[in-house]
Write a protein that binds this ligand. Structure first.
Ligand code: SF4
Length: 414
């Protein structure tokens, strides 16, 4: 008998609303229809603001990871908002299953719910490690496949929009196109369309053509790359709206796609078996799964490369080779070697001014991010990296001033 509330099959059938924290606006907007298609009534939270931080600080110890504090704060802020029937909601949170504290966010969330007198609300673990099996939630292969496909669409839109927005002749064209595609993809997913391999290629081609058709000026802008711990790298709530700030600074920024991170998580299981041994069946399954995901990434890269006005990111396989002799592939806590590799990938693609976004006190990412700056500079002289720590007590103005300084150095070098 579990010592916590469990999401049951009956709750699923009764249409309980499953609340999910937000991390990436576009990508996560596609999650709700994907989950609905698979039988779950999901809503991605959009609440933001100081009360989210206040709720996090109230219910989570202040020396825990910032992403945990903000995710739990966002849940508690939503539950206390009066917008939901508390006896018909469940929460969903990722559980990495690795050695990092991200495996334990779920327990912190249950503890916070207990403290708030809401421990009758079930919490679902979303993980690929077989943790917390049973109950009414099943991460089926179909659902996993749909989540990956949603990530590919999201990465494509993020990549292209970041390359058109700074140069558009008519301000707002890019954001209008993003909205149009978000509505279109949501409608397609609701109708169980846009998810077969053939359809994915077709819609990726349409997306690329649409973005390439945005009238743009020929201008030279400072190019900035963003790397870091996954939550603070992507989430406006986690990084004090970093992308909004960069948009005011007349520069072009590139953020590596989430599909690299998903491939990294699968690949870690393969590396573990190579390094420490393990089941041949598990190895085969992980290799097959990785090939499946890589196939979609290759498709996306082919489509982008057909439009020479866009810079295509490197493939996961190439990015992985960039850290040969720099950091071992067994380094996998936090974002592991991938974070170091992404700095080198961005520099190789012309985005050598890099913001490394890190949660304050996040040991793994301080090692593979801040800790690798000297080594990365040896491999790629001229790279200009500024690590920025994010935590609720750090002032936004201080963070932005450090970025302004980095941009001033970059402009001097231009
Ligand atoms: S990567 Fe850093 S922020 Fe994320 S769980 Fe691990 S220690 Fe915490």
């Amino acid at each position: 008998m579990a010592d916590h509330a469990v999401f049951t099959e009956q709750m699923r059938k009764d249409g309980y609303l499953i609340l999910a924290p937000n991390m990436m606006d576009f990508h996560f907007a596609l999650l709700a229809p994907v989950f609905r298609l698979n039988g779950y009534n999901l809503e991605v939270l959009t609440n933001d603001g100081p009360n989210v931080v206040a709720e996090g600080l109230k219910y989570v110890h202040n020396d825990t990871c910032v992403p945990a504090l903000l995710v739990i704060g966002q849940f508690l802020d939503a539950l206390h908002s009066g917008r939901y029937d508390l006896h018909r909601v469940a929460l969903i949170i990722t559980q990495t299953g690795g050695g990092c504290r991200a495996s334990n966010y779920i327990f912190l969330l249950r503890k916070a719910l207990k403290k708030a007198g809401l421990d009758f609300i079930p919490v679902i673990s979303l993980n690929l490690s077989g943790l917390e099996r049973g109950g009414g939630f099943h991460l089926s292969l179909r659902l996993v496949r749909h989540i990956f496909i949603g990530a590919i669409y999201g990465d494509m839109i993020m990549l292209l929009s970041n390359q058109t927005r700074p140069y558009e002749n008519h301000r707002g064209d890019t954001d209008a196109l993003i909205r149009r595609w978000r509505e279109k993809l949501v409608d397609l997913f609701r109708a169980d369309r846009g998810l077969s391999k053939k359809e994915v290629r077709h819609y990726l081609e349409e997306i690329a053509a649409d973005f390439d058709a945005i009238p743009r000026a020929q201008a030279k802008k400072t190019r900035v790359g963003i790397v870091g711990e996954i939550y603070v790298k992507y989430s406006p709530l986690g990084n004090n709206h970093l992308e909004d700030f960069l948009r005011t600074q007349d520069c072009e920024y590139m953020v590596p796609g989430v599909s690299h991170f998903l491939q990294f998580k699968i690949d870690n299981r393969i590396e573990d078996i190579h390094l420490y041994g393990g089941s041949a069946v598990k190895l085969k399954a992980c290799e097959t799964f990785l090939r499946f995901v890589t196939g979609y990434e290759e498709m996306m890269l082919e489509v982008v490369k057909a439009h020479p006005s866009f810079i295509a990111p490197s493939s996961y396989a190439h990015t992985k080779t960039l850290v040969d002799g720099v950091i071992g592939h067994g380094s996998k806590m936090g974002e592991g070697w991938l974070l170091t590799a992404e700095m080198l990938e961005l520099a190789e693609n012309g985005f050598a001014n890099i913001i490394c976004a890190q949660p304050f006190g996040c040991l793994p990412n301080h090692i593979v991010g801040k800790g690798m700056i000297r080594r990365v500079s040896e491999v790629h002289p001229g790279i200009n990296i500024v690590p920025i720590d994010y935590d609720p007590s750090a002032t936004r103005v201080n963070q932005e001033n450090r970025i302004r300084l980095m941009l001033a150095v970059a402009r001097d070098q231009m």
